[in-house]
Design a protein around this ligand. Structure first.
Ligand code: BES
Ligand code: MN
Ligand code: ZN
Length: 514
């Protein structure tokens, strides 16, 4: 089987394979469960109190089994730091042969983002036996059991995610079932929602981790359409002829250096009696070499991730359908491959976008804004209440906030706050930068065309947003998420293995649910 076959297989199972473990609810006490591993939470020793603090389920297990968990854990060098784990063999003291203690950090700062991370650590420590049972969603302060159960499901699934289609030998794990004990019917609600949100993150990760040779725009468009064939979603794909016909000169200009032509994919979810209509516009550069303004080799290493915005918008519209949200959602994905060649766009070429605006290409590596310009015009024509674009747009966003905080820039304070709130709840933090029209608005003006696509190093993230703003129709609330830093991680952290993070799929879903 060649690599091509493997990927077709990956695409065929794209929508279903993310949730590797079955997650179920039982109202039985944790100690009474017939499981291989009991996952219990332990708070760190803090301040003057040098003793570990067993969370409720750990205390109950200690009580019922007669085990001195605090003493055993301390002897094992465990200090309750968030995300650390200790394995204890119970030698017949409990029905389950093994306890895995997971550190929850300080009692005072424990929240649902930390709960999600603890769940990821627990799952990673429990992959060698088939059945894990835990009450992690009931520990500490729980305001909303459904939400804390959702966070635990997300942590469990995202924590053990591995991208394996390109391995010659598939890595397998024994863990097949996780039982969440306690919390009642709300636990079941949280599990159901968490399965969808976790799958959205995993779908995003799969698409971003896929090598660029196997997601060139025509194939990616086909694969995405095929993946949602059984969903209540309407898919429309504009190929190069349709793009030319429609005047999408930005998408065509970026894609013209590649032998694989660009695509615009529109995926619409239309529930009856929708409260509002939002458009999610995704940057989908399937590989960003920089074009003729070629990137240095090291900067190119992660550029298969330059379609993360499109992957996220795709996963979010699918999740909206799966959760049957009462919001109409249209994902608009601008797919192109940015390569240098004899047919590539030159530096100084002028492109004409769908709304007739023109721009000089000062730098062919500032291609994201060129494809997004057409996609934003396309989205504006649908007259949604709000547009959110998602894009790995600028290295300056990484310089400003690093790889664990994303940038939001918006033309509306309420929408900016809503995105920041949703990001905080999802454990995918966002920080706002200003649109700064008054201060920097003129910088995007062109010399021989209306606009220019690049203008020096200063405030590069804001410059890009000011360029995009020219393509959002008046009166539409708009937020721009620059995920150049957060879409990818070079090292594992929290619930994320190294590689694609799936950020900000769960932020978008959480925002849509509000
Ligand atoms: N895809 C890159 C931005 C990027 C950088 C994403 C690092 C992820 C990690 C984008 O197309 C780009 O090349 N931007 C240029 C713009 C510049 C030429 C004005 C940049 O930020 O350097
Ligand atoms: Mn670029
Ligand atoms: Zn790019």
């Amino acid at each position: 089987m060649g690599v091509g076959d493997l990927t077709r297989l990956a695409a065929a199972t794209l929508m279903g394979k993310a949730v590797a473990v079955e997650i179920v609810h039982q109202s039985t006490d944790l100690v009474d469960i017939d499981a291989d591993v009991l996952g219990v939470g332990v708070f760190a020793a803090s301040g003057d109190d040098s003793t570990l603090v067993l969370a409720d389920d750990a205390a109950a297990v200690a009580e019922a089994s007669g085990l001195d968990l605090v003493a055993e854990l301390r002897a094992a060098g465990f200090d309750g730091t968030l995300g650390t784990v200790a394995h204890l063999a119970t030698r017949g003291a409990t029905r389950a042969p093994m306890i895995v203690a997971v550190g929850l950090g300080d009692r005072a700062t424990f929240d649902d983002s930390r709960r999600r991370r603890a769940a990821a650590a627990l799952a990673r420590a429990a992959t060698r036996a088939p059945h894990l049972a835990t009450g992690l969603h009931t520990l500490g302060d729980v305001a909303d059991v459904a939400w804390s159960a959702q966070a635990v499901v997300e942590g469990l699934v995202l924590g053990i995610y591995r991208f394996t289609p390109y391995r010659s030998e598939a890595e397998t794990i024994a863990l097949a079932t996780t039982t969440l004990c306690g919390g009642g019917a709300a636990t079941e609600t949280g599990i159901a929602v968490g399965q969808v949100t976790a799958r959205a993150s995993c779908t995003t990760r799969d698409l971003v981790n896929t090598p660029p040779q196997d997601k060139r725009p025509p194939k990616l468009a086909d694969d995405l359409a095929a993946a949602v064939a059984d969903h209540e979603l309407a898919v429309r794909v504009l190929d190069e002829d349709a793009l030319a016909e429609g005047g999408y000169g930005g998408i065509l200009g970026v894609g013209q250096g590649s032998s694989a032509s660009p695509r615009l994919v529109e995926i619409a979810y239309r529930p009856p009696d929708a409260r509002r209509h939002v458009a999610l516009v995704g940057k989908g550069i399937t590989f960003d070499s920089g074009g003729l303004s070629l990137k240095p080799s090291a900067s190119m290493e992660t550029m298969k991730s330059d379609m993360a915005g499109a992957a996220t918008a795709f996963a979010a519209v699918v999740a909206a359908a799966e959760l049957e949200l009462d919001v109409a959602v249209t994902a608009v994905l601008a797919l192109a491959e940015n390569l240098p060649s004899g047919t590539a766009t030159r530096v100084s070429d002028v492109l004409r976008f769908r709304n007739k605006t023109t721009a000089e290409v000062i730098n062919t590596d500032a291609e994201g804004r060129l494809v997004l310009a057409d996609a934003l015009v396309h989205a504006s024509e649908l007259a949604p209440d709000a547009i959110v674009d998602i894009a790995t747009l600028t290295g300056a966003a990484v310089a400003a906030l690093g790889d664990r905080i994303g940038v939001v820039i918006a033309n509306d304070d309420e929408l900016a706050d809503a995105m920041i709130g949703a990001g905080a709840r999802a454990g995918e933090p966002l920080w706002r930068l200003p649109l700064a029209k008054t201060e920097y608005g003129e910088r995007v003006e062109g010399t021989i065309a209306d606009l220019k696509n690049a203008g020096g190093r200063a405030a590069g993230t804001i410059f890009a947003a000011l360029f995009l703003e020219r393509f959002v129709a008046d009166g539409i609330d708009w937020a721009h998420l620059d995920i150049a830093g957060t879409a990818w991680t070079d090292e594992a952290y929290g619930e994320h293995p190294k590689g694609a993070t799936g950020i900000p799929a769960r932020t978008l879903i959480e925002w849509l649910r509000q």
